[in-house]
Design a protein around this ligand. Structure first.
Ligand SMILES: [Zn+2]
Length: 52
């Protein structure tokens, strides 16, 4: 679940006085953060190679 107001992920059904929305299972996971890290690393590599 995710609060659309404070954008906090929670297991509660309510946050900030309003109902939370269902969050996709892949949106808040270590795998997603790892993918983001890999993307950043690749970006750095391309910059070093002068491709960006
Ligand atoms: Zn909230």
């Amino acid at each position: 679940m995710k609060c659309g107001k404070c954008e906090t992920y929670t297991m509660k059904t309510e946050c900030c006085g309003q109902k939370t929305a269902k969050a996709g299972p892949a949106k808040y996971s270590p795998h997603d953060q790892y993918a983001r890290y890999r993307r950043a690393a690749k970006s750095d590599q391309l910059r070093e190679e002068g491709l960006i």
